[in-house]
Write a new protein. Structure first.
Length: 247
């Protein structure tokens, strides 16, 4: 093709047909420009396709993390509900003098397994998404997670640094129940009650412990509220991503 164009140019010059030569030269330049533009368009289309594939991979990873978080947070809520119920029962017993049973005394020192993965696995994930709505919802989810982090940190520190120490100081832990329960230690069966119900009922009547119950209840409910907020945003974000992946 290049050889053919060269022969045409040489023929026009030899015949001294300058006007036709210039017209031909302009046409050749136009064809070259068109060729370059087409090549750029094809290259841009390929790059856009690669970027879309990469973005879909990011979205797929994110939605898997969101699903894992959703399951984990749902379990956390169930545990927090039991803890809240125990706080209320201890209040009814210790302050109002009601005769109630405590189903699981161990829950007074329990902390949930809290380990969210979405966003934290890829903190810069929002910057990898082209859809503005999804980016904004990711930022909102990250902000909700930060609020939850703070709420749970306060709750866990209270349980670990004050409630558990108070229980140990009052010697309510039943060592034999823990160390001599071979089935629990070897087969991973349901946790046994190594906090005696009667001892916990006596503690519930002590003003100092009642104050701990109050603080624990406040921080537990605050954590529960933040988990519910995160779960709502989690579901909204999953629906947006699923819609985007179908397109």
């Amino acid at each position: 093709m290049i050889s053919l164009f060269r022969k045409i140019r040489q023929k026009l010059l030899t015949q001294n047909r300058v006007t036709q030569y210039l017209a031909y030269a302009l046409g050749e330049i136009f064809l070259v420009v068109i060729g370059i533009l087409i090549a750029l368009q094809i290259n841009n289309a390929n790059e856009a396709r690669k970027a879309r594939i990469s973005e879909k991979a990011v979205l797929n990873n994110l939605i898997q993390d969101l699903r894992a978080d959703s399951l984990s947070f749902t379990e956390n809520l169930a545990s927090l509900t039991k803890i809240n119920n125990l706080h209320e029962v201890l209040y009814e017993i210790g302050v109002k003098g009601m005769d109630l049973e405590i189903e699981n005394p161990n829950m007074i020192r329990f902390m949930i397994y809290y380990n969210p993965v979405a966003i934290k696995n890829d903190p810069s994930v929002a910057g990898k998404i082209s859809d503005e709505v999804i980016r904004k919802e990711i930022v909102t989810y990250a902000r909700n997670l930060k609020d939850l982090d703070d709420a749970y940190s306060e709750f866990s520190k209270l349980v670990e640094n004050r409630v558990r120490i108070f229980l140990a100081d009052k010697k309510v832990h039943q060592l034999s129940s823990w160390f001599e329960n071979k089935a629990f230690k070897t087969k991973g069966e349901a946790p046994i009650d190594f906090i005696d119900e009667a001892d916990l009922i006596l503690l519930s009547k002590i003003p100092e412990f009642q104050q701990l119950i109050l603080e624990s209840s406040i921080k537990c409910k605050n954590t529960e509220f933040n988990i519910e907020t995160v779960l709502t945003q989690n579901q909204k974000l999953k629906e947006l991503i699923q819609k985007e992946l179908k397109q």
